[in-house]
Design a protein around this ligand. Structure first.
Ligand code: ADP
Ligand code: ASP
Ligand code: MG
Length: 436
């Protein structure tokens, strides 16, 4: 069985929803994972923000705008009386639920319930549309099998067991439709896999059912060699290894959720990135096979904070780094880059939720400087120890750009360079000109 994930733009309008039909109609069974219609999750975030800020009137207004949009979608999507009725009823139920939050106290739990509405709506809308066309499909409720644990990590064993249960209730259906992004947490409450999380749903389901292939359908013809939002003249990379794709996703290539490659890599399931607007384009195949290129692609990750930790105690001593890392571990804060000298260590984080407490503890053992508004530029390629000239070409390309930190040799596929975010665009353009 294949898993096909369609992103927000691919279900972004009634016209786009109709264009999914030829892509999912083949007789063999498949699981179709859908995102919310593009713009919906952003609107739900805004509604939640208004409610957090104690502005229920503003929230009501925003809900009203979104409701009007969905009423238009229903009108344009269906022709049969019965589907129009079902669609109207669906919108009514979900929007009454949204309005109900304007009357009650609001917290994080409520926010997550609001954020889940986009995927619940898009999947039901497409399901009714297939029904209208007479294409058999079943809705698999993601909230019955997608789950995260106490570390907010997906619980693959639970997902595996529970999706099988759902599938066995409806054997041999050509199209199973389910919601991307949404899940339950260890308390059974509605939660999510963070923004862009529908990709993760797709690969987790792929891993859970040992799928033959996972397809991620989006609005671009595969992973490009550089960020097409920032740099002109980028081109699709036809093949990537799991390692290369994972580095690019983690370091900012928005086409993939940061950690979504891992479940596919774990079970060695090929992932294809394809374009709904151009279904015949080759796209990108992510598999165990290496691209073989010296320089495969470049990506950038923003909102990085660098922490420089300096201490005389580090000189010729052991155990100092452990005491530093333990602080980050206690506050569940992952470290991205590290550079060390005899008396100092610089490292970067992107999660600053506990920065204040981390700094207080670090200052008990060292002198600490903090620098923010930084970006990690990640160059992915093949940089084995035997190969000469890779670092030279990267640095030569970036000769005009001030560099704050470099990490080379941590993996054979990644060179990370820390720059000020104000220099990000210049860095990406310079690398595009120098490497490709
Ligand atoms: P979806 O809604 O289908 O999940 P996303 O907006 O999350 O789509 O991801 C697709 C977008 O990712 C593209 O439109 C493109 O602007 C952006 N993007 C950023 N970096 C890359 C890259 N290296 N290759 C391809 N697309 C990229
Ligand atoms: N709808 C969610 C978001 O916009 C998840 C996704 O699209 O992948 O982040
Ligand atoms: Mg996405």
């Amino acid at each position: 069985m294949k898993v096909l994930k369609f992103g927000g733009t691919s279900v972004g309008s009634p016209e786009r929803m109709k264009k999914l039909v030829p892509l999912i109609q083949a007789p063999e069974s498949k699981i179709v994972v859908l995102s919310a219609m593009s713009g919906t999750t952003n609107s739900l975030v805004e509604i939640s923000k208004a409610l957090h800020d104690g502005q229920p009137e503003q929230a009501k207004q925003l809900i009203g705008i979104l409701e009007a949009k969905y009423k238009e979608v229903v009108k344009a999507l269906y022709t049969k009386e019965e589907s129009l009725k079902k669609g109207t009823e669906l919108i009514k139920t979900h929007f009454e639920f949204l309005y109900s939050f304007c009357l009650n106290p609001f917290g994080n739990k409520e926010e997550k319930a609001i954020l889940a509405q986009g995927e619940l709506l898009s999947t039901a809308l497409v399901h009714y549309y297939l029904e209208e066309l007479g294409i058999p499909s079943v809705l698999l409720p993601a909230l019955n099998f997608m789950r995260i644990d106490d570390n907010e990590e997906p619980d693959l064993h639970y997902i595996e067991e529970h999706i099988q249960k759902e599938l066995s209730r409806h054997p041999s259906v050509p199209v199973y439709i389910t919601q991307g992004y949404i899940c339950r947490n260890m308390f059974g409450e509605i939660d999510n896999l963070k923004r862009g999380g529908s990709d993760y749903t797709g690969t987790l389901i792929g891993a859970a059912i040992h799928a033959e292939e996972i397809q991620i359908w989006t609005d671009i013809d595969g992973m490009h060699n550089n960020d097409p939002r920032v740099v002109e003249k980028t081109h699709p990379v036809t093949e990537l290894s799991f390692d290369e794709a994972a580095e690019l996703a983690y370091f900012g290539a928005k086409i993939l959720h940061p950690t979504c490659v891992l479940p596919a890599q774990l079970r060695k399931i090929p992932v294809r990135l394809l374009n709904t607007m151009q279904p015949e384009a080759k796209g990108t195949l992510i598999s165990e096979k290496n691209s073989g290129a010296s320089f495969t692609a470049v990506a950038a990750k923003d909102d990085i904070t660098a922490i420089k930790i300096k201490s005389g105690r580090m000189l010729l001593a052991y155990g100092f780094l452990r005491s530093v890392f333990e602080v980050f571990e206690r506050y569940k804060t992952p470290i991205d880059m590290i550079a060390t000298s005899e008396v100092a260590v610089s490292l970067t984080i992107d999660n600053t939720r506990n920065l204040k407490s981390i700094l207080t503890e670090l200052r008990e053992i060292a002198t600490v400087d903090v620098d923010s508004e930084l970006s990690i530029i990640c160059v992915v390629g093949n940089f084995t120890a035997e190969k000469e000239g890779s670092a030279f070409r990267i640095l030569q390309s970036m000769k005009e750009i001030p560099i704050r930190m470099i990490s080379y040799g941590g993996s054979e596929h990644n060179v990370s360079i820390l720059v000020k975010t104000s220099q990000k665009k210049a860095a990406l353009v310079a690398l595009n000109n120098g490497l490709f």
